[in-house]
Ligand binder design. Structure first.
Ligand SMILES: Nc1ncnc2c1ncn2[C@@H]1O[C@H](COP(=O)(O)OP(=O)(O)O)[C@@H](O)[C@H]1O
Ligand SMILES: [Mg+2]
Length: 161
């Protein structure tokens, strides 16, 4: 996706900050998870492009932060016990998401983008991949003006799907 980060006519280059912690090898459907990260990054780039081109206060330093770490997570299959998980966080400093939109972002076909741009499927598919295929969690933390952060949690040990 490198070319989408580069400087464009109406937008500065998007800076990517990588804070990669130690992650062990994880048993997973890697091409599906790759799809999840692509979806999250594409959404972040869309949001940052929007914020950089808005007329009132254009965002001057669009940025994506990718953070990885290992930490205890709540596994779906054993509700009481915490299990070790790979946690991947993708954050942007775009315009953020209002509470009423936030309630729908994982719904299939929900999009706030113009016809022809958004399909509204990226997050619903990503949610299925993370939660149903990996027994993990996909959460979003966002508020208007505060940017947006998606947190992917994948149990280190395979969970029944
Ligand atoms: N990083 C983000 N910043 C702001 N809004 C976001 C972000 N990621 C997702 N959204 C919101 O969630 C909606 C659904 O996302 P998605 O399922 O990927 O569909 P699409 O990208 O095709 O609209 C988007 O239309 C947008 O309103
Ligand atoms: Mg999308």
């Amino acid at each position: 996706m490198h070319h989408r980060l580069q400087v464009q006519k109406n937008r500065p280059e998007i800076k990517v900050v990588k804070e990669y912690g130690q992650l062990p090898l994880v048993v997973c459907y890697s091409s599906l998870l790759n799809q999840v990260f692509m979806n999250l990054l594409a959404n972040a780039i869309d949001a940052l492009s929007d914020a950089a081109t808005r007329t009132d206060t254009p965002l001057k330093e669009p940025q994506i932060v990718i953070r990885t770490q290992t930490q205890p997570i709540q596994s779906l299959s054993s509700t009481e016990k915490a299990t070790d998980g790979a946690v991947i966080q993708i954050g942007d400093n775009g315009s953020g998401i209002s509470q009423d939109v936030l309630e729908h972002i994982f719904d299939p076909f929900f999009t706030t983008k113009p016809v022809g741009k958004g399909t509204g499927l990226g997050l619903s598919i990503s949610y299925k991949i993370v939660v149903e295929k990996h027994g993990g969690q996909l959460r979003c933390v966002s508020s208007p003006g505060q940017g947006t952060s998606f947190i992917v949690e994948i149990p280190l040990n395979p969970q029944p799907s």
